[in-house]
Ligand binder design. Structure first.
Ligand SMILES: [Zn+2]
Length: 213
């Protein structure tokens, strides 16, 4: 399955007349946050595929706001085309704004995923395929300031549940030397700033344990 992942910045290659042609084989869109609704609406209208998203710290309103008819992944575990996806919104707490969390608060948000993750393990033989967050995990792609600190909760999830991917945003990429993709334990951690294409083949998942399509 080909996924268009977007985050943080409106990319002119996506927000263009060629969007439909350029991304015609994309089967779903994942937003890692800090993007305006009109942009996400433009993408899903052009591609006519589902949107799954988490909010970033610059998204305008709190609560469980729905964007562009998409599914808010925060504190949720869903399956789509045989792939298990879970989400946790927001950034590290730095000035008391919306969608900001302390490490302890993020840990409690993660605990709310646990029953669903455990159910996936029983039902499908594995906990999780894609973790979607706005902020990075601790130790990979994180910034040196408080606002861009990575959550150790995410590192814990990666270590314990070994998702195939962790998709995040929040950390802007300003030069080509800045790493977009790195390995952490068995997980590929991808900074989706601007956009990137993720390909994940459900048939590559263990045949005994793959999600029924
Ligand atoms: Zn952000």
């Amino acid at each position: 399955m080909k996924i268009l992942a977007v985050s943080d910045r409106i990319d002119p290659r996506v927000y263009s007349d060629f969007c439909q042609e350029r991304f015609k084989d994309v089967e779903c869109v994942i937003s890692c946050g800090d993007l305006p609704e009109h942009y996400l609406d433009f993408i899903v209208t052009n591609l006519n595929v589902p949107l799954f998203f988490v909010h970033g710290n610059h998204d305008p309103s709190g609560g469980k706001r729905i964007l562009a008819g998409g599914t808010n992944l925060d504190e949720k575990v869903i399956t789509y085309q045989g792939i298990i996806i879970a989400g946790l919104e927001g950034s590290y707490w730095y000035n008391g704004g919306i969608h900001q969390y302390t490490e302890r608060e993020m840990y409690f948000k993660y605990l709310r995923l646990l029953p669903s993750l455990r159910w996936c393990k029983i039902r499908y033989g594995r906990f999780l395929d894609i973790l979607v967050t706005h902020a990075p995990p601790q130790g990979v792609h994180e910034g040196s300031d408080l606002a861009h600190r990575g959550f150790s909760t995410f590192t814990h999830i990666i270590k314990k549940y070994q998702p195939r991917y962790h998709l995040h945003g929040h950390v802007h990429i300003y030069d080509h030397n800045q790493s977009r993709e790195d390995q952490l334990f068995n997980t590929r951690v991808v900074n989706c700033y601007n956009y990137c294409i993720i390909e994940i083949d459900p048939s590559e998942l263990s045949p005994k344990t793959r999600v029924a399509l």
